[in-house]
Structure formats: structure tokens, C-alpha cells
Design a binder for this molecule. Structure first.
Ligand SMILES: Nc1ncnc2c1ncn2[C@@H]1O[C@H](COP(=O)(O)OP(=O)(O)OP(=O)(O)O)[C@@H](O)[C@H]1O
Length: 769
């Protein structure tokens, strides 16, 4: 027995040693390639730096055309340099070894995934030779002789790296993920797509090493910012990322299926594929500023030219920033499509603030002329008769006032000669409209309304009641008016401001002149020389700010947009193509059907392509199983995505003792010891402030969040505090609880309070089987 065991262990160690030496050999092969790549990258960086220096030395003189060309060159070199520098880390991450193939058809997305091995590429004895090896990286790098050293992950040639599976391998024999840090290759993880054949490269059999890259990526500790997934995009995700940009790409999938990751990688892909088209901008809409902060660093290349703007719903309107939350009932009224009717009335009604003048007195042709309240009201009614935006009606109001004053003056009737009458009329108009009292009257009687001033007018419950008659209930009127009296704006107010902006209209104004540049010797050239006045980053930010419409709009967590928010986002993509990602089961909006109708209106009749993501990469099976119990209550019949891994750690149930604060703090501290990364403590919205205090002094790896703030985020571990409180918070409470339960990548603790009716094991009523 002992002899046998000894023999086995000897065999094992021979195997391990052999395996290690294969692995070392493979790693050093990749290292040699990576060294070549970095050598070439450095050459490219020097080239770009040289170009910039050289251009700068060529001074400020030349023809305007030459200067513009020089600046364009510096600008391009700057972008290139920035890209090389920002993608420098972990530059190379993949490799595929391919059989000889026949030229297949290009798919609709430009990818050649249909390519099959050529006739005879696999010999009858199931052996084959590798015909081509491609390395995949963050951007493409060509050798001096233009052979590709690295293929950009977004290029069609890289698609098989993501799409090939053992079921549908195409030409790929081996798919390799290369793990590196800086310039050192640390490891390789291989998947054999055709395990049935023996393939040879340069006369040596192709080995497979490692345990699979995906699992390694999923097990890593989380930080407060999201990582890219370029090295491990899965086939079903790749189909979405590379879907043609025409019309609407609609993606659904449960928690953790990579919707956000896919949306961001899609933006990078679209820019790569068609930079010119997307010079019109890509807007990524996120539900919360927290999710924007979490995702905005994912792909450095996204921010580089000001083409991609990642904005929270509460920051979509320039000059306004949401800082407040509304109660669910108030949010429900403000977000509903009914609000449109109220705003239409308010936009016109707000013209009559108390204190608006009721009489107009002017002196013209030596006579005092007056218009009384009744006449003024008639004129106002007349002007407001159509649907044109109120602020654009001011010239018409001015005209009708002058008409009425002319009428009162009787001057028209005294002059029968039409030419003379017309001349007289024009000097009358000139006289009156430059008179201070007329100007002051018009400013007060038909002021230019701002969206903010109308919203402020709606804070008056009586007036709002008038504008909302038969549309909002008295209770809703009270709540909305009260909420508008607070200092600051809520995320739902921002959509109202945007709606008002389009209802009110903006009168045309002369464009402010830019200050001339002291260095400029040629008029008109300054537009072509942005980098002299502002850094590239500033320019990118300015472009993003100034843009009001986009070429492509990506909506993340689309299930949460209210009808009013859909209208706001829709206005930014009237001529755009769209990518919409979401999960109805996670919707925190009370009336998903109303929101779906608003979404359909925003997207119009554009054709849709539907995709479904089915694998949960975030939660281990133990947590996913618990969450699926809430899903069954929240959306009976809905399918949970299948979890891709399991940790063997079951969710932990605890019951708060006398102090909820002490129990939560204790549980958070316990989890901080068990995980390397972040811990999120999710509470009902009205406990947010309180909960921050509970965690004082525990460090910045742990954060407290209101249930609605947890949307889209993830942590190594989470503490979900009182599931019943979260579920009872709003009509969408169960779906919000489902979101809270699906944030952890490793461990989940539930703290129950009395309201949760925990059983003897601490399992709250809502989560019992
Ligand atoms: N192919 C992949 N390789 C590695 N990690 C992945 C992959 N796909 C997704 N992930 C990881 O899974 C996690 C969940 O992804 P993401 O946040 O995009 O999911 P989601 O569908 O938007 O989730 P939710 O609906 O809950 O907000 C992230 O950590 C992401 O990096």
C-alpha cells in the first residue's frame, strides 16, 4: 500500500514538474512576444512625442492652412500618445491559435466568425497544424513591416477570441488569456476549443495550461471602481457588444449578467468601428451618480476625445444637479406621464405671478394711452392661443400690445392715405416700444420664464392645484408642492426642468464673442487651435457639455426610467441609434407598464434587436438562490440567471438585538475581516444618514447605502438591513429588495429587525422557502 502511495506521489510529482516546465516555457514564449510589443510601443510613443515637439518648434508662423494642419497633427499625436500611455498597463491579454481557414462570409457586425477550417486543415488522424496565431490587446500594434503584433480587441479579427466555444469553435484550436502586470507575464490560462484534435505549432504539440481565466477574474476582490472585462468577454456578451448600431439594441438580463459592462464595452467598440459617425457623441445614461463614479474609469479610451459622456439622470440638465430624494409617493407623481399636462398648464400659467401689472400706460404722440386689465387679459389669451413655446411668443405679445395701443390712439382712423398711415404707425411703434414704461411693463407682464422659475411657481399649492386639476389628486398636489419648497432639486425635478425647457423655448440671442487670443495673428484661426487655449481634457469636457443631441444613446438600468425621464433622454437622441439595457425584475418604478409605453414613445418606430444575457457573473450560487426567492414574489414566473460559480459560503442570518446599529456594525466588521475588498451596507432609504453613523471609524472599505443607491453597484460582501423595511418602502419594494440582495460577489449577511418576523434561525419571513 505504502509503496503504491509512494509510487503515485512520485508519478504526481513527475507530472507536476513536467506541467510546470510546460507552463514556464509557455510563459516565457509570451514574455518574448510582450517584450517585442513594448519595444514597439515605446518606439511609437517616441514618434508621437517627436511629432509634438517638432510641431511646437516650427513656431507660430506660416499660412493659416499650414498652421491649422500643424495643429491638427499635434492634436492627433496627442490623442495617440494619450491612448498609448493610458492603455499601457496589462496591454496584451489574449491569443488565439487558428487552423488554416477558408474565407468565410463577413457577419452583419463585420466579424468573420463564420470562417470554418479549410478542407484538409484537419487530417484524417485528427491532427492539424496551426496556421495563424493572433495576439489580442487593448489597442492594435503593427511591427515596422506592418505585420500585426497585437490586434485591437474591437477589430473583427479579434471576434473569434470571444465567440469561439467548444460547440462552435470555428478555426480556433486554443484560446489563451495572458495575465500580465506591467511588462511581466505572470501566467496563461488556456481553453481548448477542439480538444479532440492534436494540433502542432512549429512541430511541437500545442499544450493547454491554467484553470480558466473567467473564474480567476470573478474571484478577485472588488474596489470602489469597476474593472474592464476585455480579457474575458463571453460569447453571448460579445454578440451584444458587436451588434450593428442600426436602430435599437435592446438587452435584458438578470443581476450580474454583465449588462453595464457590456454597455460600456459597446461604447468603446462603436467608437472604434466608426469614429467619424460617433463624432456626434455617445451618451451613456446611468441612474445614479454613484454608478457613474463606479463605471467611468472602466475604459480609459472612452473619455479621451469628449465623444462619450457618462451622465447620471440627475445631471443631464446643465446648471442643475439633483441632490435630494423624493418620497416614493412624490416620485410617483413627478415621474408619471400625467405630469406633462400639469407642466403645459404651468408653463403658460406661470406668466401671471401675483404682482404682474394689470394696467399699461404710455405716452405717445403727446397723448396718454392706457390698456386696462380686461383688455390685457384678452391680449394674453389671444397670444397664448396656439401651442408655441411661451418664451418665443413675447414678440407676438409685444406686437398685439402695440396694435391695441394704436387702436386706442385713434391715429389710424385719422389718416386715410395708406402710405402716410403706415409711416405714422412705424414711428408710433418706435416711440412706444423704446419708452421706458413700455419696456418695464413688457418685462413684468411677459417675462422670459426659466424652467426653474416655473418649478418654483409650482411650489405654491393653490396654483399647482389649479394647474393640476383633474390630473393629480389633492394629496399628490400637496406632496409635490411641498417637495418643491425644499432647498435643492431631486432627480425627478431634473426631468421636469428639462420638459419645461422645451415647453418654454429659448429665445434666439446673439452668440457671445470669444476673447481674441493674444497669440493669434490670423483672424478665424483660433477655432482650429483648441490646444492653445485649453487642454485636451478641458476641450473634451467643453464639447461634452455643449452637446445636446447624440449620435448614439446607451441607457443603463433602463427599467428605472420614469415616463418623464424617458422624455428627457429621448430628446437627446432624436436622431440617434440606441442601446437599451435593463432588467424589469429590478425596476424601482411603481408602474413598469407606463414606463415601457414612454420608452416605446422615446424610441419611436425604430426597429429593435433583442438580446438576452443569461449568466450571473457576480453572485455565487448560494446568494443567487436566496435572491431568487424574492424574485418569485416580485415577479412571479420570472427566470433567474444561472450563477457561474459557487463559494460554499451560505448567506448568514442574524437578528438585531436591542440596538440595530450595534448589530449592523458588528456584522460589517466581521465581513471586513473575511474579504479583502469592499463591504456595502444596504438600508431602507430613510435610514441612510443614520446608517452612515453606525459605520463610523470602520474605514473606507465599507459604505452605507440607501436601497435605491445600491443600483448597479457591487461589493465583495454586503449586509442587507431589514429586508421587510426595504420591501415596504414603496410599491416596487420587493424589486428593490431583489436589487439589494444581488450586490455581493462573495458573502451576504441579513440583519432582521422585529418587522421581519424572523424564524428560529433568523430567516426573515420574506426569505423563507
Ligand atoms: N465576461 C466577464 N468576465 C469577467 N467578469 C465579468 C464578465 N461579465 C460580467 N462580469 C462581472 O460581473 C459583474 C456584474 O457585471 P455588471 O455590473 O455589468 O452586471 P449587470 O448585469 O449590469 O448587473 P445589475 O443588473 O445587477 O446591475 C461585474 O463585476 C463584471 O465585471
Amino acid at each position: 500500500m505504502a509503496a503504491q502511495a509512494q509510487q503515485d506521489s512520485a508519478v504526481d510529482s513527475v507530472h507536476t514538474a513536467a506541467h510546470d516546465s510546460v507552463r514556464d516555457r509557455e510563459i516565457s514564449g509570451e514574455q518574448a512576444h510582450l517584450d517585442r510589443v513594448y519595444h514597439r510601443l515605446e518606439e511609437k510613443i517616441h514618434e508621437a512625442e517627436f511629432l509634438m515637439r517638432d510641431a511646437a518648434q516650427r513656431g507660430q508662423v506660416g499660412t493659416p492652412g499650414a498652421l491649422a494642419e500643424r495643429d491638427a497633427q499635434v492634436f492627433r499625436a496627442g490623442i495617440h500618445l494619450n491612448r498609448l500611455n493610458s492603455e499601457f498597463e496589462d496591454f496584451l491579454f489574449g491569443r488565439i491559435d487558428l487552423l488554416a481557414g477558408k474565407d468565410g462570409k463577413k457577419g452583419p457586425d463585420g466579424a468573420y466568425t463564420a470562417v470554418e477550417p479549410a478542407e484538409g486543415a484537419i487530417r484524417p488522424d485528427d491532427t492539424a497544424d496551426i496556421a495563424e496565431t493572433l495576439h489580442i490587446g487593448r489597442i492594435g500594434v503593427l511591427d515596422e513591416d506592418y505585420t500585426p503584433l497585437v490586434i485591437d480587441w474591437r477589430a473583427p479579427a479579434a471576434a473569434p477570441f470571444y465567440r469561439s466555444t467548444p460547440v462552435d469553435p470555428g478555426r480556433v484550436v486554443r484560446r489563451r488569456v495572458i495575465r500580465s502586470k506591467g511588462r511581466r507575464v505572470l501566467g496563461v490560462e488556456d481553453d481548448l476549443m477542439r480538444p479532440e484534435i492534436r494540433a502542432f505549432l512549429d512541430g511541437r504539440e500545442l499544450p493547454a495550461v491554467g484553470d480558466g481565466a473567467l473564474m480567476a477574474a470573478l474571484g478577485q476582490a472588488r474596489t470602489h471602481s469597476m474593472r474592464d472585462i476585455v480579457a474575458s468577454i463571453q460569447a453571448e456578451q460579445d454578440l451584444v457588444i458587436r451588434a450593428p448600431a442600426a436602430s435599437v439594441t435592446h438587452v435584458e438580463g438578470g443581476p450580474g449578467t454583465g449588462k453595464t459592462a457590456v454597455a460600456l464595452h459597446r461604447a468603446a467598440y462603436l467608437l472604434y468601428r466608426d469614429r467619424r459617425r460617433y463624432a456626434g457623441g455617445i451618451l451613456i445614461v446611468s441612474p445614479t451618480p454613484l454608478l457613474v463614479a463606479y463605471t467611468e474609469g472602466v475604459l480609459p479610451s472612452l473619455g479621451e476625445e469628449g465623444q462619450v459622456a457618462i451622465r447620471a439622470l440627475g445631471s443631464l440638465v446643465d446648471g442643475a444637479e439633483a441632490t435630494l430624494y423624493d418620497s416614493p409617493a412624490t416620485a410617483r407623481a413627478k415621474g408619471s406621464a400625467r405630469m406633462l399636462k400639469v407642466l403645459r398648464k404651468a408653463a403658460r400659467g406661470a406668466l401671471e405671478p401675483s404682482g404682474s401689472p394689470t394696467r399699461l400706460r404710455v405716452v405717445a404722440f403727446g397723448r396718454r394711452l392706457e390698456l386696462e386689465a380686461e383688455e390685457l387679459a384678452g391680449i394674453r389669451r389671444n397670444v397664448l392661443g396656439g401651442t408655441a413655446p411661451v418664451n418665443l411668443l413675447r414678440p407676438r405679445a409685444r406686437r398685439l400690445l402695440l396694435d391695441a395701443l394704436w387702436e386706442v390712439s385713434g391715429a389710424g382712423a385719422r389718416h386715410t392715405d395708406p402710405e402716410l398711415a403706415a409711416e405714422l404707425r412705424s414711428s408710433f411703434d418706435e416711440d412706444v416700444s423704446t419708452e421706458d414704461s413700455f419696456i418695464a411693463f413688457l418685462d413684468a407682464w411677459w417675462p422670459e420664464l426659466t424652467p426653474g422659475s416655473v418649478l418654483d411657481a409650482m411650489a405654491d399649492e393653490k396654483r399647482l392645484g389649479r394647474w393640476a386639476r383633474r390630473v393629480l389628486t389633492p394629496g399628490e398636489v400637496r406632496r409635490v408642492a411641498r417637495s418643491l419648497r425644499r432647498e435643492g432639486r431631486s432627480v425627478h425635478d431634473i426631468a421636469l426642468l428639462d420638459e419645461l425647457h422645451s415647453l418654454l423655448g429659448t429665445p434666439a440671442r446673439p452668440r457671445p464673442r470669444r476673447d481674441p487670443d493674444a497669440f493669434d495673428q490670423f483672424g478665424g484661426v483660433e477655432e482650429l487651435m483648441p490646444q492653445r487655449e485649453e487642454s485636451r481634457r478641458e476641450r473634451a469636457e467643453r464639447l461634452a457639455r455643449e452637446r445636446t443631441e447624440y449620435a448614439h444613446v446607451i441607457v443603463d438600468e433602463a427599467q428605472d426610467l420614469t415616463p418623464m425621464q424617458w422624455r428627457m433622454v429621448g430628446r437627446r437622441g432624436r436622431h440617434a441609434t440606441w442601446t437599451v439595457v435593463g432588467d424589469p425584475a429590478q425596476s424601482s418604478w411603481s408602474d413598469p407598464e407606463e414606463a415601457a409605453a414612454a420608452r416605446d414613445e422615446a424610441l419611436g418606430s425604430r426597429p429593435r434587436r433583442h438580446f438576452r444575457l443569461t449568466v450571473n457573473y457576480r453572485n455565487p450560487a448560494e446568494i443567487a438562490e436566496l435572491a431568487s426567492r424574492v424574485l418569485a414574489l416580485a415577479l412571479p414566473g420570472a427566470e433567474s440567471p444561472s450563477a457561474v460559480r459557487s463559494t460554499g459560503v451560505e448567506p448568514r442570518f442574524t437578528v438585531a438585538g436591542d440596538s440595530l446599529a450595534a448589530t449592523v456594525r458588528e456584522e460589517a466588521a466581521r465581513l471586513l475581516e473575511r474579504v479583502d475588498g469592499t463591504v456595502g451596507v444596504v438600508v431602507a432609504m430613510n435610514r441612510r444618514e443614520e446608517a452612515r453613523g453606525w459605520l463610523d471609524g470602520l474605514g473606507d472599505r465599507v459604505v452605507a447605502l440607501g436601497s435605491l443607491e445600491a443600483k448597479g453597484l457591487e461589493y465583495d460582501a454586503t449586509v442587507v438591513v431589514s429586508p421587510a423595511e426595504i420591501a415596504d418602502e414603496s410599491p416596487a419594494g420587493l424589486r428593490v429588495l431583489y436589487v439589494a440582495l444581488t450586490r455581493a460577489t462573495q458573502q451576504l449577511t441579513l440583519v432582521s429587525a422585529g418587522r421581519d418576523e424572523p424564524d428560529a434561525h433568523g430567516v426573515p419571513d420574506l426569505l423563507r422557502d
